[in-house]
Ligand binder design. Structure first.
Ligand code: 13P
Ligand code: SF4
Length: 306
């Protein structure tokens, strides 16, 4: 039997001894964020992975995040504590389906939400994250964009750049897309003094009720900079939990108890501990051709998204 604190101490000791850097997406459990060297949204993690000089990175999140890390730093060993944890949206389309759609719009460039597999990125021109999408749309010299796979993030961009023509696919995050505008309206009525903060993976009818829409890190930053005391959190519920620890005197309401990403919940502190012990986890392996092709659109994102 080990307590959370004992596990955390052992993890910190082992990662130092082995020269491993731990990265954790903001949706990870609080006890995992506490032992991570880097936490943040998917854009920040991609940037930090490239800057960090550890030879081994342990990525707590979902698989596309670890793949991105490997593509950006092929010389590093990238480990995942729970190889089964994948983002369902990342696999909603095959490269062949995207190429067929692109053929219908020969002048478009393919903009891929980073929540896609490495294989899918090989047929895309530029990647975006929720935190960098608007900046990249603004900088990108393209009038016609095929946005894959998330139709909600795509619509979020399209509404803000009406001069550009967007083609959207019928994909999206099953967790965020399940929330309705009616639920957002009800939550605002129930908590009239609270600011509603949502992720742009939500439907536009939900975003329309929000005081702010942004990435997981941007939502947390909004709260840090705000003088308000009450917030309704319209993204994965772990964000409300982390914010509650950071600001125990403020009130954080859940937009919906259904905003739970089961894949993000799969990684446990014990998985991290066992991965460092060498008895669990897996190494990310991607073939050279996929890495080289997928890197082009991730590099383009990093050039334009900073
Ligand atoms: P962020 O880019 O905001 O971290 O979001 C990733 C994600 O999977 C949201 O559901
Ligand atoms: Fe994928 Fe949605 Fe989970 Fe984010 S919350 S990892 S988009 S399923």
């Amino acid at each position: 039997m080990m307590t959370i604190e004992q596990l955390q101490k052992e993890i910190i000791r082992m990662k130092k001894e082995q020269g491993v850097s731990i990265f954790a997406h903001s949706y990870q459990a609080h006890e995992i964020l506490e032992i991570a060297d880097y936490t943040g949204d998917s854009y920040a993690l991609a940037v930090k992975a490239q800057q960090d000089d550890a030879k081994t990175c342990l990525m707590c999140g979902v698989n596309f995040m670890a793949e991105t890390m490997k593509i950006l730093s092929p010389e590093k060993k990238v480990l995942v504590p729970c190889p089964e944890a994948g983002c369902p949206m990342a696999e909603q389309f095959t490269p062949e389906e995207i190429l067929a759609e692109k053929a219908k719009h020969p002048d478009c460039i393919v903009m891929a939400y980073i929540n896609t597999t490495a294989a899918l990125k090989t047929v895309c021109d530029v990647c975006v994250t929720s935190g960098s999408a608007l900046k990249i749309c603004e900088k990108l010299d393209a009038d016609e964009i095929l946005f894959i796979p998330d139709c909600n993030l795509g619509a979020f961009c399209a509404e803000r750049f009406p001069e550009k023509k967007f083609h959207l696919m019928n994909g999206g995050c099953p967790v965020h897309a399940a929330i309705t505008g009616e639920e957002a309206e009800k939550a605002k009525k129930k908590h009239p003094n609270a600011k509603l903060l949502v992720h742009p993976e939500c439907r536009s009818e939900v975003v329309a009720h929000a005081d702010f829409a942004g990435s997981t890190a941007a939502i947390m930053e909004y709260v840090r900079k705000s003088d308000e005391n009450e917030f309704i959190i319209g993204t994965e519920n772990s964000i409300a939990e982390h914010l509650q620890y950071e600001f125990p005197d403020r009130k954080f309401y859940l937009l919906s108890p259904r905003l739970i990403c089961t894949d993000m919940k799969m990684t446990t502190l014990v998985d991290v501990y066992n991965t460092l012990k060498g008895t669990a986890g897996a190494e990310i392996v991607i073939d050279d051709e996929t890495m080289a092709k997928a890197k082009v659109c991730i590099d383009r994102m990093l050039e334009m998204g900073g």
